[in-house]
Design a protein around this ligand. Structure first.
Ligand code: BGC
Length: 392
């Protein structure tokens, strides 16, 4: 992994020096632009970005209020900065309107490539269509933008595999030999295409175990009504998500979990398993389940390997997380931007349909992290420092 990153950086450095030949400003701007990007990150999301000539790559991320996206920001700034690229990272702070303003700001600064992780996959279509109309190449980052042909490429983790790994973990760690183990389902925001893919991945492995009576759905009548269907339509998934969404918000996750446990009697408690879609929501949900006197034990999933959740995993408060190595995702999208700037066709390995077209995509594998491999996966790989955790 490290070697791959290094070679990407070397390749970027080479291209950056080539680009410097046709625009010395790009290289000269590199250091101030990196600083500007950091300042921008600290400034209010919709603040006008500082004027800078020759910004080549613009990056828009959904929010700085979730540690996941700060991980991505750090990787972008380091990779692009090291390579001498001028760049801007702007945050949309949960607002599609701010996202559109951010895109317009970047376009007015002359970006050639936009790397964007949409706040709302459908609403972002208007923003990227405006960028595309100005000749910008659009790379959807992590979350697919739907219902438009203005998305040129998609760089993503294997989100179906994320959901399948979460579901499989619940199966492998449910109390052995028991029937009717209560299964609590939670999902991401309905505005995020990934929430559907994660759920579909989880359902692909959980459904047979629901149908054969190993698990009993504890908090979704919609899911219960569909328990004999191996493959769900998008509308069916939407109905389930409508009941169990966390909106990617830990407060929503907490109040939903509280409401579900209040509504259920002891027959839906005891030893339970919980599909939590990501780390932020997993920690809230775990805290609620930990305090219910009728819940004897719980197994709970997560994803993102956020520091706070890694500590929860070490402490036995969250059962697993899914490590999505943002170094790879950021490096892949920057490598894509480099190809685009050179006038080449970037390498892709699959496609994702966004309801308008099959978007060429580059997909990255995920790693399941538990107490047993946390050190190997996250510390030995150099992603985190051991000093950031206690009890390792
Ligand atoms: C990302 C997750 C993240 C979630 C909430 C999803 O689109 O893939 O990594 O936890 O959004 O921000």
């Amino acid at each position: 992994m490290k070697r791959k990153l290094l070679s990407t950086i070397i390749a970027l450095a080479t291209v950056a020096s080539m680009l410097a030949g046709c625009g010395a400003a790009a290289t000269q701007e590199a250091a101030p632009a990196a600083d500007a990007a950091k300042q921008e990150a600290a400034a209010p999301a919709d603040a006008a970005a500082p004027a800078a000539d020759g910004i080549q790559v613009g990056i828009v991320l959904p929010t700085k209020d979730e540690p996941r996206w700060l991980q991505d920001q750090a990787q972008f700034e380091s990779i692009l900065g090291d390579a001498g690229f001028t760049n801007q990272v702007l945050f949309s702070q949960g607002s599609s309107a701010t996202e559109k303003t951010n895109v317009e700001t970047l376009v007015s600064q002359g970006i050639k490539v936009l790397i964007i992780c949409a706040q709302d996959g459908a609403a972002a279509a208007a923003a990227v269509e405006a960028a595309k109309a100005e000749g910008v190449t659009v790379v959807a980052y992590d979350r697919l933008i739907t219902g438009t042909d203005a998305v040129d490429y998609y760089v993503t983790f294997d989100s179906f595999a994320v959901g399948a790994a979460q579901g499989q973990y619940l199966i492998d760690n449910a109390p052995a030999g028991k029937k009717d183990v209560p299964l609590y389902l939670y999902a991401g925001a309905a505005t995020d295409n990934n929430a559907f893919i994660f759920f579909e991945g989880a359902w692909s492995v959980l459904q047979p175990k629901i149908a054969d009576g190993t698990f009993k759905i504890a908090n979704s009548s919609e899911a219960e009504g569909l328990k004999d269907k191996a493959e769900l339509t998008r509308d069916e998934v939407a109905k389930i998500i409508g009941q169990v969404t966390t909106d990617w918000d830990f407060n929503v996750a907490k109040s939903k979990a509280e409401a579900h446990l209040t509504a259920n009697d002891a027959s839906l408690k005891g030893d339970v398993v919980v599909l939590a879609p990501n780390d932020g929501t997993a920690r809230s949900i775990a805290d609620v389940f930990a305090t219910d006197k009728d819940v004897t034990s719980y197994v709970v999933t997560g994803q993102d390997a956020e520091k706070a959740s890694v500590q929860y995993v070490i402490d036995g408060k969250q059962s697993m997380t899914v490590f999505k190595d943002t170094r790879t995702l950021a490096a892949d999208s920057v490598a894509m931007a480099v190809s685009i700037l050179k006038g080449e066709t970037p390498a892709t390995d699959t496609t994702y349909n966004n309801e308008k077209k099959d978007v060429p995509a580059k997909q990255t594998d995920i790693v399941v992290v538990t107490k047993d491999n946390v050190k190997a996966a996250l510390i030995d790989s150099g992603y985190y420092d051991a000093s950031e955790f206690t009890g390792l």
